[in-house]
Each structure stands twice: as structure tokens, then as C-alpha cells.
Design a protein around this ligand. Structure first.
Ligand code: NAD
Length: 351
């Protein structure tokens, strides 16, 4: 196994692992550990080149620094990527080698699930390193993060309606959810319980049908969902949905969903502001999962009540982001980034 360092400005450590025996070719990026060890998921993807994988791991690890700084998880930002096809290249040898690679960083990087990596894969990684989070609840770990992400979104939506209408009451508000999977589906149910009117769409017709039958949601075709007039549009499917094509069509007063990287480019935050649409920055709203995982690393280990208490702070963090954006007359995404940088800087001053 050969581990080599790649020098990248603005990143604490970026390392490459090549292991001909298992076929592992992976990168780990530690962006910033001022606030704590760098926690971020492990992704497996058939990248066309190492440059493409490097671009991804750098972008994602930096995103984790900001997400954790705003959420006050006591963690820094990192990420790992395995180059390869998850359908054909997964093996015990590969994940064992990845475990040794993670272990070589001595806990400065802590891994978790991400795209194409599940608990069975991490269980193998865990045989070689203790620096793994998000394993099964039965093993004393924090388990599936999705319900906590959904809970955090609901709490955040209360801050959104307060910013819109001066009340945290969601009853009577119309929320359009795109993507009713693990997070979006749970959020839809919680919103309904809170008295909101919920319209859903998904490319998975069977899932939509099942949820409408059980909970009485309204449904709309995914291709037509932007025609729906609503108070809040909650993208809970995939990234880059807010772009030059979609922003002029939006018929909502606010955007607040769990999908990662909703803005195609940073400038789209300004486009939303220009349209008078309030945007809840995705990584502030969807931090429930990482907050839950972060609780595993506290001295007493995982405690669900503590996780819930910390997730409730998403409300305060969003309020703070909206306040900064209002006072400075800047897009909310810029305000969130400022808040993250302020928190990192404050920790740097006192350390
Ligand atoms: P999921 O795979 O369980 O659900 C996604 C749903 O979106 C599926 O039902 C899928 O059919 C649907 N979908 C996919 N493409 C679509 C499209 N083009 N139009 C409409 N529907 C589409 O995933 P999830 O865990 O619920 O995560 C949803 C989003 O939230 C992702 O962007 C994820 O990165 C982000 N996120 C999830 C968590 C978590 O804890 N699961 C935490 C933070 C962020």
C-alpha cells in the first residue's frame, strides 16, 4: 500500500492511497480541523480521472467544514472518495485496505456513509480502524441519520415561516416536497402532523401513490411540480435544482429542503434574493444527520436525547443566518458562510 501526500493550498492534508493488491485507489481530504477532527462520509464513484475525484473530495470536505461549523458539532471538515465502480469493485480486501488508509491518519479524519457506501461496507472498514461513525444502533453507534435530518428540517422550517410571517406555526402553510425518500418522506409526514398542507412529487410513482394513500397528501407530476404555487418549496431529491432554468419559474415564497448542493452555482443565491424568495441554505437546514453522528464522539458516547437537543439548535442557526443576511443585505448562503468562518476564526483566536 502506497500513501502519498498531495499539496493543496487551503487544505490541512490531502492524501492518496494506491494499493495494487486490493485495487484500491482513494483520496482523503482534511480541509480544516480547527473545531475538531474532520468528519465526513466515504463516497465511491466511477470517476473518469483522479483529477475529477480530487475536485470532488476537495469541494465536499470544505463543505463539511462549513456545515459542521454552523451546526456546532465540534467537528472539522473532511471527506474520502474511492475511485471505482461500486457495482463491480467492492470487496473485503478493498474495504480492509480503505480501513488501513483511514487509520493511517490517526483519527484526524473520521469516516461515515456517503454515496454508494453503506453500513456493510463500513463494517469491513471498521475491522481495520476505530475511526468510523454511523454504524448500526445495535453496536452503540448512531444508526440511520435520515430521521434526524428530517427532524432538523422540520425545526428549520419553523424558522423559515417565522421569517416569512412572524410565526413558527406551520399549520395552513403549503409545502411542496420534491423527493419523498428517506428524508423527504419523513418530513412530509411530520409536516402533515404539524398542520401543513403537503404536496409531493417523486420520479418513483409507486412511492408517491403509497404515501398519498396512507397520509392523504396531494401529488403532482415531477415534470410539472414547479407550476405549483406554495409557501415553501422543499427540494429533497438531488442537487443543482436551483438554476437559470428553474429560478424564473418558481412560485414559492421560500426554499427549504434537505437536498445537498441545491444551488447550481453560488450566483443563484443572488438570483433567488432578487426574486424575493427566501432561501434556507441547504447545509444549515440538513445538518440533523451530521449532528446526530457527531454525538457518537462525545465522551459519554451516543445519546439520542443529546442529539435531539443539539438538532433543535438548527432553528437558532437559521435565525442567525437570516439576521446576518438582512443586516448585511447579502444572500443567505453568503451569510451562512460568514457565520461558519466567524466560528472557525473565534476558535482559532482562543486556541
Ligand atoms: P433517498 O434516495 O432516500 O430519496 C431521494 C428520493 O428522491 C427518492 O425517492 C427518489 O426517487 C427521488 N428522486 C431522485 N431524483 C429525482 C428527481 N429528479 N425528481 C424527483 N424525485 C427524485 O435519499 P435521502 O436520504 O432522502 O436524501 C435526499 C437528499 O438529501 C439527497 O440530496 C441527500 O444528499 C440529502 N441529504 C440526506 C441526508 C440523510 O440523512 N439521508 C442528510 C443530508 C442531506
Amino acid at each position: 500500500m502506497e500513501i502519498t501526500e498531495i499539496q493543496v493550498d487551503g487544505y490541512e492534508k490531502v492524501v492518496r492511497c494506491q494499493d495494487p493488491e486490493s485495487g484500491l485507489h482513494a483520496l482523503i481530504a482534511i480541509h480544516d480541523t480547527t473545531l475538531g477532527p474532520a468528519l465526513g462520509g466515504m463516497r465511491m464513484w466511477p470517476y473518469a480521472s483522479e483529477d475529477e475525484a480530487l475536485f470532488d473530495v476537495l469541494r465536499l470536505s470544505k463543505g463539511m467544514t462549513y456545515k459542521s461549523a454552523v451546526a456546532e458539532t465540534g467537528l472539522g471538515g473532511g471527506k474520502s472518495v474511492i475511485l471505482g465502480d461500486p457495482k463491480t469493485m467492492k470487496s473485503e480486501k478493498l474495504f480492509r485496505a480503505m480501513g488501513r488508509f483511514v487509520d493511517s491518519l490517526g483519527g484526524r479524519y473520521i469516516t461515515a456513509e456517503d454515496m454508494n457506501i453503506g453500513i456493510p461496507d463500513l463494517d469491513i472498514v471498521h475491522k481495520e480502524t476505530k475511526w468510523v461513525t454511523g454504524l448500526a444502533r445495535a453496536e452503540g453507534s448512531s444508526g440511520n441519520p435520515s430521521p434526524y435530518t428530517a427532524e432538523g428540517c422540520l425545526i428549520g422550517l419553523r424558522a423559515v415561516v417565522e421569517e416569512l410571517d412572524g410565526t413558527t406555526d406551520l399549520s395552513g402553510k403549503h409545502v411542496l416536497i420534491q423527493g419523498v425518500g428517506a428524508v423527504g418522506g419523513a418530513l412530509a409526514v411530520m409536516l402533515k402532523e404539524a398542520g401543513a398542507k403537503v404536496t409531493i412529487c417523486d420520479i418513483n410513482d409507486a412511492r408517491v401513490e403509497e404515501l398519498c394513500k396512507e397520509y392523504g397528501f396531494d401529488a403532482v407530476d415531477d415534470e410539472a411540480h414547479l407550476d405549483v404555487t406554495c409557501d415553501i418549496y422543499a427540494p429533497c431529491a438531488r442537487g443543482a435544482g436551483l438554476n437559470d432554468d428553474t429560478i424564473p419559474k418558481l412560485k414559492c415564497r421560500a426554499i427549504a429542503g434537505c437536498a445537498n448542493n441545491q444551488l447550481l452555482e453560488p450566483r443563484h443565491a443572488q438570483a433567488l434574493k432578487d426574486r424575493g424568495i427566501l432561501y434556507a441554505p441547504d447545509y444549515v437546514l440538513n445538518a440533523g444527520g451530521i449532528i446526530n453522528v457527531g454525538v457518537e464522539l462525545l465522551p459519554g458516547g451516543y445519546d439520542e436525547n443529546e442529539a435531539r437537543r443539539r438538532i433543535a439548535r438548527i432553528y437558532d442557526n437559521l435565525k442567525l443566518v437570516f439576521e446576518i443576511a438582512r443586516n448585511e443585505n447579502i444572500p443567505t448562503s453568503e451569510a451562512a458562510e460568514r457565520l461558519a468562518r466567524q466560528r472557525i476564526e473565534a476558535a482559532r483566536q482562543t486556541s
